[in-house]
Design a protein around this ligand. Structure first.
Ligand code: NOJ
Length: 581
């Protein structure tokens, strides 16, 4: 099924000895519309990113994950692609992209494209053709079904963006499946022509020189045949389709096929990371085992949903023990064979300092503490733009401040359809809405934060006067300086990049404790992830030979043995001497 016969054969097994580059790497995610505007239209663009590359190189970033920049009606911030082989004029041109890629490579960095192929935009020519008639050759490229009972969708799945996952289409009187917005019809991966078209498109980007992919909701591509009903969800008209459309029966087969068809003999140089909601650590181990030839790492969601109640609109206080148990399980399960992605933030998440830290009096200390803990795990850390300066949640006062389709649809469903109280609904949306992570990047204290000369597409957080890159670059005690140190530490010590990782004190609701070990070297990371002092349960801590490498207080204990208690948000990294050092 390939236009390049050579790629049809399974790739030869990779040389076992080499450590892939991405195991020592730190990634940085750019959400282009909010990163840097260069042409004064209030929306970030590729030339804007190019102008900021020196900053990323200075920070120590190895690889950039670029959120979608393809032509798109922008119903879902570009995750609704209408042409996979071009750049949306909003962001620039293909030539701008080539220049950006060359400039990334000149600085020794790499770039990942965001590939969105569980679904397309409803304006993609494939879908336009598909919906045009039941006998159109592309009809089977999407999931079309006649209504089994007039007026009732083909199954009871709910969309992840509210409402039914099925949309009745007037052209033919049939329904199509959309797990996300109505404007995002799901591609039918059972059809080999769909898969071949996707692989060909991915090879096209590789031929342009990109260094890998972030694959959007890639464990949704295999659905249980027949698309049966899900278990009813109490209090809603929908059933739970998630077990039926995530990690489906052909998932491993499709991943392996993609690897053979796209990655092939370029395995050693590419990075392929899959976004995989609802994947378990045990499944992720199978996917990231290099011997399987599937993906290099996944973005899992278990740890990032520990504060969800029924869903993200039902925010619950964080129980640190729950967060630790989850991440400990992932570290233990993936251990030597698999590989973790590490993240607190991305364009779908609120800012960690507002979510689980303290964005008031302890903003700096708590932002550093969460940075320290994240970067101390085994895996590849992903820094989301603005996380490195401790950016906080957006000011989301009224409905107009929410621009994200997921937020808007939820509000319409709750208030307009179900009659929920508007103020209560907005209150429940504020803490975890995706809008929180999408405010423009805060480069300086200037009126538009140095992001744009024009009114930005989304309001700049007024706290940019105090929280911005320019001020922090000149401040050795800043959050930015701390992130730079964390990245430097990872780059300079295989202990941090490659060492084993064990979490201890799992039941403690304030302390986050990690032990790392690698070829006789050791590290101990102790953090108080709370705003009140924490006594150490079994002090003094006997970890002979370890000394303080990094702290977010100026006068922390020099050795673990000298530790008695930790101040609010205090986070310490102790390491053994480097061999021969
Ligand atoms: C995950 C992306 O990160 C999110 O922003 C998007 O809305 C959905 N996938 C659908 O593409």
């Amino acid at each position: 099924m390939t236009d390049r016969p050579a790629a049809a054969a399974p790739a030869p097994p990779a040389a076992p000895a080499a450590v892939p580059w991405w195991k020592r790497a730190v990634a940085y995610q750019i959400y282009p519309r909010s990163f840097q505007d260069s042409n004064g239209d209030g929306v970030g663009d590729l030339r804007g990113i190019l102008a900021r590359l020196d900053y990323l190189a200075w920070l120590g970033v190895d690889v950039i994950w670029l959120s979608p920049v393809y032509p798109s009606p922008q119903a879902d911030g570009g995750y609704d692609v209408s042409d996979y082989r071009d750049i949306d004029p909003l962001f620039g041109t293909l030539d701008d992209f080539r220049d950006l890629l060359a400039a990334v490579h000149e600085r020794g960095m790499r770039l990942l494209m965001d590939i969105v192929v569980n679904h397309t935009s409803d304006e993609h020519p494939w879908f336009v053709e598909s919906r045009s008639g039941t006998d159109n050759p592309r009809r089977d490229w999407y999931h079309w079904r006649a209504a089994p009972t007039p007026g009732r969708p083909p199954n009871n799945w709910g969309s992840r963006f509210s409402g039914s996952a099925w949309q009745l289409d007037a052209a033919t009187g049939e329904y199509y499946l959309h797990l996300f917005a109505v404007q995002q019809p799901d591609l039918n991966w059972e059809n080999p022509r769909v898969r071949a078209a996707v692989y060909e498109m991915m090879r096209w980007w590789l031929d342009l020189g990109v260094d890998g992919f972030r694959l959007d909701v890639i464990n949704f591509i295999s659905k249980v045949p027949g698309l049966p009903d899900g278990e009813p969800i109490e209090g809603t008209p929908y059933g739970d389709g998630r077990p039926l459309y995530t990690n489906g029966p052909r998932m491993h087969e499709f991943f392996q096929e993609m690897h053979r068809e796209v990655v092939a003999d370029r395995d050693a140089v590419l990075l392929i990371v899959g976004e995989t909601p609802k994947i378990s650590a045990e499944q992720a181990l199978l996917v990231t085992d290099p011997a399987a030839g599937e993906l290099d790492m996944v973005f899992q969601f278990e740890h990032i949903t520990v504060d969800h109640g029924r869903d993200r609109w039902d925010p619950q206080p964080l129980r640190l023990s729950r967060l630790k148990r989850s991440l400990a399980h992932w570290q233990d399960t993936l251990a030597e064979t698999g590989w973790n992605s590490l993240y607190w933030e991305n364009h779908d998440q609120p800012r960690v300092v507002s979510r689980w830290g303290d964005d008031g009096a302890y903003r700096v200390a708590s932002a550093k503490a969460f940075g320290t803990v994240l970067h101390s795990h085994r895996g590849t850390p992903y820094v989301y733009q603005g996380q490195e300066i401790g950016m906080t949640n957006a000011e989301l006062a009224g409905l107009d401040d929410f621009t994200d389709i997921q937020s808007r649809n939820h509000y319409a469903d709750a208030v307009d359809r179900l009659g929920a109280d508007p103020d209560k609904t907005l209150r429940s949306m504020r803490p975890l809405a995706r809008d929180n992570g999408r405010t423009p990047m805060q480069w300086s204290a200037e009126p538009r934060a140095g992001f744009s000369d024009a009114p930005p597409w989304m309001a700049v957080n007024p706290n940019h006067r105090d929280v911005n890159v320019e001020d922090q670059r000149g401040d050795r005690d800043s959050v930015l300086a701390h992130y730079r140190e964390l990245i430097r530490l990872r780059h300079s010590r295989d202990l941090i990049a490659l060492g084993s990782c064990r979490l201890t004190h799992l039941d403690h609701e304030q302390l986050y404790v990690l032990e790392r070990a690698y070829r006789g070297e050791r590290a101990l990371v102790v953090a108080n992830l709370s705003g009140t002092p924490a006594e150490l349960p079994d002090a003094p801590w006997r970890h002979p030979g370890l000394t303080l490498a990094l702290s977010n207080y100026p006068d922390s204990a020099p050795t673990p043995g000298a530790l008695r208690s930790l101040r609010p948000w205090e986070a310490l990294v102790f390491v053994s001497a480097e061999p021969g050092g």
